[in-house]
Design a protein around this ligand. Structure first.
Ligand code: URP
Ligand code: ZN
Ligand code: ZN
Length: 470
């Protein structure tokens, strides 16, 4: 029998009985006992008088899922993303995600310390699930560098940079070089949005000048080669500095080839794709009557052939994670700002709530992913890359009791009318899903039951992470 020492009798205890436990590398039927916030026993036929019992027979039990790339608080393109930590964390939990990584994106006028404080103010006391940040480096100077050192000491062991969004979050090559050098010194991984900002800006001017203003032009302004150039650029700088890098929202074959070429040369690079790129495509952004604006994000949705490239990348281990880049902007009041000019459509396709169910439906149920790969790309790999494993992303003694009891027989339909995300549309309206979390726990407390949020707003903690990328 596996057992972890003693536990307090005052602690809340929870017994998850008879489920099929599936992790990144194991699959077996057993009961899980959680004392307080952690998993303390895993065995057959456990008995725990007084414990709350969840019957998981006929269901899978997965480690809590992790979304490594979200924007909850995001002032961007003249708008504010619609979710709060309360609405977003509820949506995440209902969808099986128990840990979120938020991108801190200070304006270039703001210092790193001000950005860190501002984002913390938004999150503190409002999240129902655990969260942590990637610290955005939107300007690099000596004062900021000192503040970044302090932020890393405070438990944030990853940076975020943008090679896109000229004049907003984008940094120049000198800043890129010094950010990567600092990251290498501190042992933090640098997550990067890779698109060549000059090419985007020039293409946008040309298209608008030619009277091409609709949402479908967004793709033309940032074709695959623009993203591939961004990745190539990052690979060169990472190779020169030895920094470890993580490419966010990689969308296409051309960009993946550049990442793999870098990896082949010895660059320590990991790759994230998004659920949107796996199930949506460029034709969605071409929908008539400005409906395409709902599907405008950067890098843009690609030609359908790229979906198979991304699925294959996940299966083969070339691509490590599936995130959402959740950035919720209302269609009626915010996306509409770009009705006459696609460059003014706030970028983002909200998906935090649906990521896991869509990945299960279109990945596992359709035979594209086995269950272990599913768990790895939606949970465990992010925990390993970003210094949370085995506290998160694992079902083992001593791990946080973040568990998802998943019903693979559930059938349902996605709709904005029933979603928890605070946004006025769903990019997946009317889509069928096969499977959903029936119960979700956050450090031993049941936060979702029968698909409904029953957790505690404010219970979510900011997770401190040690640097691991030396
Ligand atoms: O379209 C996107 N991706 N919106 C959010 C900002 C970003 O680039 O991650
Ligand atoms: Zn981005
Ligand atoms: Zn993002």
């Amino acid at each position: 029998m596996l057992e972890l020492g003693y536990w307090s009798f005052a602690a809340v205890s929870l017994l998850i009985k008879g489920g099929e436990i599936v992790t990144g590398d194991a699959r077996y039927v057993a009961d899980i006992f959680c004392a307080g916030e952690t998993i303390t026993r895993i065995d057959r036929d456990l008995d725990a008088p007084g414990a709350e019992v969840i019957d998981a027979s006929g269901k899978y039990v997965f480690p809590g899922f992790i979304d490594p790339h979200t924007h909850i608080y995001l002032p961007f393109m003249g708008a504010f993303a619609k979710d709060t930590y309360e609405t977003a964390s509820k949506a995440a939990l209902v969808g099986g995600t128990t840990t979120i990584f938020e991108m801190i994106c200070p304006s270039r006028e703001m210092s790193a310390a001000e950005g860190f404080r501002l984002w913390n103010e938004q999150a503190a006391g409002k999240s129902a699930c655990d969260y942590t940040y990637h610290m955005g480096v939107t300007r690099f100077d000596q004062a900021n560098a000192e503040q970044l050192r302090e932020i890393v000491k405070a438990g944030i062991s990853s940076f975020k940079i943008f090679l896109a969004y000229k004049g907003a979050f984008g940094i120049d090559d000198t800043e890129l070089y010094h950010t990567l050098r600092l990251a290498k010194e501190l042992g933090v991984v640098v997550t990067a949005h890779c698109e060549n900002e000059t090419l985007v800006a020039e293409r946008q001017k040309e298209l608008l000048g030619a009277g091409l203003t609709g949402p479908e032009q967004h793709h033309e302004s940032r074709p695959p080669i623009v993203e591939a150039e961004g990745v190539h650029h990052l690979m060169t700088f990472a190779e020169m500095t030895g920094a470890h890098v993580y490419i966010v929202h990689l969308s296409c074959d051309e960009a993946l080839r550049e990442a793999l070429a870098g990896r082949h040369r010895g660059v320590n690079v990991t790759v994230e794709t998004l659920i949107q790129y796996l199930v949506l495509d460029k034709t969605d952004a071409e929908r008539p009557d400005f409906e395409g604006a709902k599907y405008v994000m950067s890098p843009p949705l690609r030609d359908k052939r790229n979906q198979e490239v991304m699925w294959n990348g996940l299966r083969s281990g070339e691509v490590q994670t599936v995130a959402t880049d959740h950035a919720p902007f209302d269609f009626k009041t915010q996306k509409v700002m770009g009705r006459d000019d696609f460059t003014k459509i706030p970028n983002g396709i909200p998906s935090l709530e649906e990521r896991v169910n869509l990945l299960f439906t279109h990945g596992v149920k359709s035979g594209k992913l086995d269950l272990h790969t599913f768990v790895n790309v939606a949970s465990t790999n992010a925990a390993k890359i970003f210094g949370l494993f085995p506290r998160k992303g694992a079902i083992q003694i001593g791990a946080d009791a973040d568990l998802v009891v998943y019903d693979p027989t559930y059938r349902g339909t996605i709709s904005a009318k029933t979603q928890m995300m605070n946004v006025d549309y769903s990019a997946f309206e009317g889509w069928e899903i096969e499977g959903r979390p029936s119960a979700v726990t956050v450090r031993g407390e049941v936060a979702v039951r029968d698909g409904k949020f029953v957790g505690t707003v404010g219970r979510g903690r900011m997770l401190e992470r040690e640097p691991t990328h030396f």
